[in-house]
Design a protein around this ligand. Structure first.
Ligand code: UFG
Length: 338
């Protein structure tokens, strides 16, 4: 079976993808520098799949160190690039940290895949943030919606990296590229052996909800109830991380089987949920009471968007259809384990 390199393999999405790739029969080599994860994630993956994945502790911005992975594993045919910083607010305060880490690591990966890989199939982990705030008549978002100016340096790294891959696919004939644009990934593996590990106070909604329900945070702030949406709170497309992980397997399958040079997919459910709807779904699913209050809008938040996943549904034979209650229960189970 083909070998797939995962950068950021012990991160939130990387770890779930490692599990699904192994379940699908792939050989995996994971790399990470544990800048936002811990070696314990490897134990969690092992508990689920019953064996240790091949792993090397590497900082992908260090070309020479990264090159050693290809010397040790000359059979790499595909790579999925997760390794990146992802805190939007921090990226505004420290843009260079984001450009250096997120772009250098990716340039190194592309160069190594093109020159040292047995195959050069790259899946890039992108984000719906590349689209900015679409107009109402542009919803749901299709892949061909033009980008808006980036709303943060983090968003800009995603736009630039997509461009790097596109230009390189055009120039290097052995290189194939697939872009996966995630909407809002949430939840944890149903085993509760792996999940999201927020660093300090969570920025994202679901970890904040579960920490509040667990009594770690006093109260959830719902950022704004005066948006132009049915209940006034922001709307997002929340996608279960396990469904998301399965889309990566399909994307790799397709690249290896069909050799398609370039492809872009939106990965979402196709359904928008408001913050208040999500909060109520959590309470209903878990039976746990949640202390929340309406607070001011969070600067930089986009009012509403959700995906049109039709292309991924049709071409990958995939859909994200785990019920939201089940997804929120998985997040709650993981929180309790933490
Ligand atoms: N929200 C709250 N209270 C909170 C946290 C969030 O009301 O304590 C609201 C936000 O205002 C927003 C929604 O919940 O309306 C979702 O917020 P998240 O922070 O969970 O996610 P975002 O939609 O802001 O997405 C951001 C970036 C993405 C990135 C993602 C994950 O825009 O590019 O975080 O890091 F991928």
């Amino acid at each position: 079976m083909s070998r797939v390199l995962l950068t950021g393999a012990t991160g939130y999405i990387g770890s779930h993808v490692a599990v699904e790739l192994v379940n699908a029969g792939y050989d995996v080599i994971g790399v990470d520098n544990f800048s936002n994860s811990t070696p314990k994630v490897l134990d969690g993956i092992e508990k689920i799949i019953g064996k240790r994945i091949d792993f090397m502790e590497v900082d992908c911005t260090d070309y020479n160190a990264f090159e050693k992975v290809f010397e040790q594993y000359p059979d790499i045919e595909a790579a999925i690039h997760f390794a990146a910083y992802k805190a939007v607010g921090e990226s505004v305060a420290e843009p260079l940290k984001y450009f250096k880490n997120n772009l250098r690591s990716f340039e190194n990966l592309v160069e190594l895949m093109v020159t040292k890989g047995k195959g050069a199939n790259i899946v890039f982990s992108s984000s719906a943030t590349v689209y900015g705030q679409p107009a109402m008549d542009e919803l749901p978002i299709k892949e061909d919606l033009p980008f808006q100016p980036a709303s943060s340096p983090y968003a800009r790294t995603k736009q630039i990296a997509e461009g790097i891959l596109e230009d390189c696919v055009r120039a290097y004939t052995n290189l194939n590229g697939t872009i996966l644009r995630y909407f809002n990934p949430i939840g944890a593996h149903p085993s509760a052996h792996i999940g999201e590990l927020p660093n300090g106070v969570p920025n994202n909604l679901v970890p904040f909800i579960t920490q509040t329900a667990a009594g770690i945070r006093e109260c959830l702030s719902v950022f704004g109830n005066d948006y132009n949406t049915p209940d006034g709170s922001c709307i997002r497309d929340y996608i279960y991380v396990v469904d998301l992980a399965k889309a990566h397997v399909k994307a790799v399958d397709k690249m290896l089987q069909e050799g398609i040079r370039w492809n872009v997919f939106n990965l979402g459910t196709g359904k928008g949920l408001s913050v208040l709807e999500l909060v109520n779904a959590f309470i209903k699913a878990t039976g746990v009471n949640l202390n929340y209050r309406i607070a001011d809008r969070r600067p930089g938040d986009v009012e509403q968007y959700w995906a049109d996943p039709a292309k991924a549904n049709a071409e990958l034979g995939w859909s994200a259809d785990t019920p939201i209650e089940e997804v929120l229960l998985s997040a709650w189970k993981w929180q309790q384990k933490l």
